[in-house]
Design a protein around this ligand. Structure first.
Ligand code: SLL
Length: 148
């Protein structure tokens, strides 16, 4: 599996959370439902690059280490509080043997200065954009993701 010198592959991703307040269905410990995700920023199939995403949740959750082994690389939960989610991205063997570690802060509540009252219809979305760059990719990886 030869390496291609002078070639770089850039994989644009978006990662973040979307959170809905449960309104009348809210309870003390389950006031919101939320999803944390890693997505392609350009609608490509991330399964060609990513093998596994591990979401490390707050210790107050049951089984706080959540492993997702196929797209969509996302996880939905319900809870009551905001916290830092550690996101570890693992790549297929012919892509990279180094993992990528990201941090994302789950937000459930709208900004303090927002005049709008909390609504079950208007989620709180926080997203980050990143580009994962692979230098000297293997031929197999390159041929798998070009032409897309
Ligand atoms: C703190 N930021 O300072 C908070 C931690 C943890 C939220 C928030 C658990 C839900 C469940 C949940 O929402 N934890 O038990 O299923 O301590």
């Amino acid at each position: 599996n030869k390496k291609l010198k002078d070639v770089e592959i850039s994989v644009p991703i978006v990662y973040g959370t979307i959170a809905f307040w449960l309104g009348k269905k809210a309870t003390e410990y389950h006031s919101h439902k939320w999803t944390v995700y890693v997505r392609s920023a350009t609608n490509e199939d991330l399964g060609a690059v990513i093998k596994r995403v591990v979401f490390q949740l707050h210790a107050s959750f049951n089984n706080p280490t959540r492993i997702v082994d196929s797209p969509p690389f996302e996880l939905s939960e319900s809870g009551w509080g905001e916290f830092e989610i550690a996101i570890s991205i693992f790549f297929h063997a012919d892509v990279s043997d180094k993992q990528l570690d990201l941090l994302h802060h789950l937000r459930l509540y709208p900004e303090d200065d927002s005049s709008a009252p909390q609504s079950t219809k208007k989620p709180v979305v926080i997203e980050s954009y990143d580009e994962i760059v692979f230098c000297e990719p293997s031929e197999v990886f390159f041929s798998r993701v070009q032409n897309h």
